[in-house]
Write a protein that binds this ligand. Structure first.
Ligand code: SF4
Ligand code: SF4
Length: 444
């Protein structure tokens, strides 16, 4: 295949590929849920759970909040994960090869190796959040044996709604349930802190991930709108925003996993201090985002990058949601705001995807991002791409709702939304009236 042919192939996105009617509408999802086989639970009896009035999502949060975006629902199969095209075998990756771990191993330069051990703790608030999150880092907090006797539970459809209610009760902002993609598990996970990674052979501190459970529950928390509006994207509060999300989602996922084990089913929490799985594929599988121009980071139609997630893998009988398509692949093709504003030059300006580990994505370089975030002298970490992305909701106004609706309608309208976003200076402004935190530049 020559380059031109290859480019044309790679330009096919899911909206172009799907035959009319193949993508489910929101009503279609409800229909699919209703038509799904009702698997009897192991105790062979069901509890009567009365769904909320609108019913399809949960009582506490009856409809997902996509801001104004026009969202379609798509099937999850061997050729697609959401709107990401699968073109080969996706290999499970090792946690040892993730950006900050490469830095800790000394593979991204001396400065990154030194700074990766302190870049979060140099801002006092993120240091506090990180330290408290460490309390749920041990394996004993995230996994364990289920109760010997299974309790009676509702059928899978009702149980799915109930699980979402539990997550919302525990203060999640968005929740989705996915079919767990087997390639979302790490091949090996790390068992030591970053301070030990350079001095020990990789084989001595990584263990194979054997778990294969059928479902994944993904809980998402907003990193805070007003803080994002007031931040520059690379200041001290940037890593505190990340750890606010890691801390909140980590606690929700850990409690949720323990609750499911108490019901008699297997469940493992995955959070920023103890992952056995990679988060972007599970976000897509659970209908909470599409893959973006940044490579492997996903965007939610209302929150953009302004979120963090944790997850629970489980064999609790559930009915998974469907992945979503809000036109992001077309939007990212014309937008490039994150690439224009990335201080590390980590984000691709290319027109189209490349093949990477068996799937198509933009050719961005997470290593450059890891180096910049660990060695940033103007702050702790970086959230510049999060701040400038037009999908990071600016305000709850008709204007923003209309804008996101326009942006999710294809390539031409994506250009229009991007131009409006630029015209108003969205993403590049800092709104002082919202600034509430303290900065100590001498600590950076
Ligand atoms: S976090 Fe900063 S360095 Fe990393 S990709 Fe985003 S803008 Fe670039
Ligand atoms: S800033 Fe633009 S190109 Fe970058 S992820 Fe957001 S929508 Fe895509």
């Amino acid at each position: 295949m020559d380059n031109k042919e290859q480019k044309q192939t790679y330009k096919i996105n899911r909206r172009g590929f799907l035959k009319v009617g193949a993508a489910a509408t929101a009503m279609g999802v409800m229909g699919a849920l209703k038509a799904s086989t009702k698997v009897a639970n192991a105790a062979n009896e069901t509890l009567n759970y009365v769904p909320g009035e609108k019913g399809q999502w949960s009582k506490l949060h009856p409809n997902p909040d996509y801001s104004g975006a026009a969202v379609r629902y798509v099937e999850h199969n061997d050729e697609w994960l959401g709107t990401t095209r699968i073109v080969g075998k996706i290999k499970n990756v090792s946690e040892a090869d993730m950006g900050f771990n490469l830095a800790a191993r000394g593979l991204l330069g001396e400065e990154a190796q030194k700074e990766v051990l302190r870049f979060v703790s140099k801002y006092p608030l993120s240091a506090a959040l990180s330290k408290v999150l460490s309390a749920i880092a041990p394996d004993s907090a995230v996994e364990g044996k289920p109760a010997e006797k299974k309790l009676p539970i509702p059928d899978p459809e009702q149980m799915s709604k109930h699980i979402k209610d539990v997550a919302y009760f525990l203060r999640a902002d968005e929740v989705g349930i996915g079919k767990m993609p087997p390639y979302a598990y790490y091949s090996h996970r790390a068992t030591v802190g970053r301070d030990l990674m350079a001095s020990l052979p990789v084989e001595s501190w990584t263990v194979p991930v054997e778990e294969r459970l059928p479902y994944v529950i993904v809980v998402m928390v907003d990193q805070h709108l007003e803080t994002t509006l007031a931040s520059t994207g690379y200041d001290g509060i940037s890593s505190a925003q990340s750890f606010r999300g890691y801390h909140a989602t980590g606690n929700i996922a850990t409690i949720l996993a323990q609750y499911i084990r108490n019901l008699g089913y297997n469940a493992r929490a995955h959070h920023a201090r103890n992952y056995a799985a990679v988060m972007p594929p599970v976000i897509i599988a659970a209908g909470l985002g599409e893959l973006s121009r940044t490579g492997d980071s996903t965007i939610h139609p209302r929150l953009g990058f302004r979120h963090k997630v944790a997850a629970v893998t489980t064999d609790l009988p559930l009915v998974p949601d469907k992945p979503i398509d809000f036109g992001l692949q077309d939007f990212c093709r014309v937008c490039r705001k994150c690439a224009e504003n990335c201080p590390a030059g980590a984000i691709s300006f290319d027109d189209d995807y490349v093949e990477y580990n068996g799937y198509l994505r933009w050719n961005s370089d997470f290593r450059k991002c890891a180096v910049f975030r660990t060695t940033n002298k103007e702050g702790s970490s970086c959230g510049r791409c999060m701040k400038v992305c037009p999908w990071n909701s600016k305000e709850d106004s008709w204007f923003h709702l209309a804008g996101t609706w326009i942006g999710s309608r294809g390539e031409m309208s994506s250009q229009l939304l991007k131009s409006i976003d630029d015209m108003f200076g969205y993403g590049t402004e800092t709104i002082e009236k919202y600034k509430w935190w303290l900065e100590w530049p001498e600590l950076y």
